[in-house]
Design a protein around this ligand. Structure first.
Ligand SMILES: *Cc1c(COP(=O)(O)O)cnc(C)c1O
Ligand SMILES: [Zn+2]
Length: 413
């Protein structure tokens, strides 16, 4: 049984039943899932959570769904201590939260696992989404597992790896000629015209709740404490706010100390409406037209940008942007130092982190968690220049001739 009690308007507090709605009828603000935290706190404990399955479903009691859940093994991804990269950047305690290792290779699986479970519970036979690529793959995979039909809408120009990684699960893929913001606007109209469960629209309150498991895992994997700093990428701003919510819920439930974490948000300079607002000292976000290789986070009109800025303020964090060249350098740096191949959004995070350490925004002794939200094979084309194999004949002579440096290495082994 779930401890969710209703949907509640973030602004006016208006209450709604736990159905597929995402906006308040009166003030058009987003709806969030409300819980009976008192009853929940009697049930959850560190020990009960830690003895759960090695997936996000170990936090089932903190999520707004009933059994059976749609489970393809999402979550409880590694939190890896990264001393090589830490040394390079000048950080003494650096961890990578590696969400490349989810079933469809991105953090979106967390959000979708909850939203699709809820869609099925509410009786939907068809689900749909607007996506920059990662959400599409995740919706398609979870729908396959749940036995639901899926329609996914993507910008026509997204990376090939993301289209293949979606189409293989058998959804109807619709490529829209226009930016993500145009795709999303279209889907808002489709959501009214068709009775489908739109994962990132009508089911958004549940989608949001799935994202907060990233925050839970970080705290549990640090042996039940909140880090000094979290660095995370931002598209619509939702994930960023939910990492914060996840940490604060654990504190409210008495599972960790009061949260004293600085939340640092990063965007690509070519799509940085949230960072622009931060620099202008306002909580009001002006839409932009995105131009960046970091397509997964290229959202020009971020629905939760305002709330992400509030989290930055409340937590004493920061918001900054990096260039596309820095993104590529960040991807290569993480791969070279830690053996983790991330897509462009992860390059945004590593480059942003590097700048923050250099400028003193993050101090060298602060325990820092960098969130790597999707895997590198999804965006291979941006690092294609690393592919320079030495071509030889299948003979010892050819190898010796073409790779002379190997000889000296062999002597010292
Ligand atoms: C969707 C996504 C994000 C963040 O999305 P929000 O809309 O801000 O929640 C971050 N990284 C990757 C790789 C994503 O696909
Ligand atoms: Zn309202």
């Amino acid at each position: 049984m779930s401890y969710a009690t209703s949907l509640r308007c973030r602004k006016c507090g208006g209450e709604y039943p736990l159905k597929a709605v995402n906006l308040c009828d009166f003030c058009f603000s987003p709806l969030d899932v409300a819980y009976d935290y008192k009853a929940m706190s009697r049930r959850v404990s560190r020990q009960a959570l830690s003895s759960g399955p090695p997936s996000m479903w170990r936090y089932r009691d903190l999520l707004p769904v009933e059994d059976p859940v749609v489970d393809i093994g999402t979550g409880f991804t590694p939190l890896t201590r990264c001393d090589n990269l830490g040394r390079e950047l000048g950080l003494e305690q650096l961890y990578i939260k590696n969400d490349c290792l989810n079933p469809t290779y991105s953090f979106k699986d967390r959000a979708v696992a909850v939203a699709i479970t809820k869609a099925r519970e509410l009786g939907f036979r068809t689900v749909a989404c607007a996506s920059t690529g990662n959400l599409a793959a995740s919706v398609a995979a979870h729908a396959a597992r749940a036995g639901l039909r899926a329609y996914v809408f993507i910008p026509a120009d997204i990376e090939a790896g993301k289209v293949v990684g979606t189409a293989v699960y058998g959804p109807t893929v619709v490529a829209v000629e226009g930016s993500y913001d145009r795709v999303n606007a279209l889907c808002n109209r489709l959501a009214e015209a068709y009775g489908w469960g739109f994962i990132n629209i009508s089911l958004r309150p549940y989608y949001a709740e799935g994202s907060k498991t990233l925050g839970y895992e970080i705290a549990e994997q640090l042996d039940w404490r909140s880090p000094d700093c979290v660095v995370a990428p931002s598209a619509s701003g939702l994930l960023f706010t939910r990492i914060w919510k996840g940490l604060n819920e654990l504190s409210m439930l008495g599972l960790i100390e009061p949260v004293n974490t600085h939340m640092h948000l990063v965007q690509a300079a070519g799509s940085s409406p949230i960072v622009n607002a931060y620099r202008a000292g306002t909580l009001h976000v002006h839409p932009v037209e995105p131009h960046t290789i970091a397509k997964s986070i290229a959202v020009g009109n971020p629905a939760d940008g305002h709330y992400a800025l509030k989290v930055v303020r409340e937590s004493g964090g920061s918001a900054s942007a990096v260039s596309d060249d820095e993104v590529i350098a960040g991807m290569k740096l993480l791969a070279r130092t830690e053996g983790i191949f991330t897509e462009t959004a992860g390059g945004v995070v590593i480059a942003g982190l590097q700048n923050m350490v250099r400028s003193g925004v993050i101090r060298r002794d602060e325990l820092t968690v960098a969130c790597i939200t999707a895997a590198g094979l999804k965006t291979q084309e941006v690092v294609w220049d690393v592919v320079q194999p030495i071509v030889i004949q299948p003979t010892l002579e050819s190898f010796k001739e073409r790779v002379p440096a190997a000889g000296t290495a062999a002597e010292v082994r």
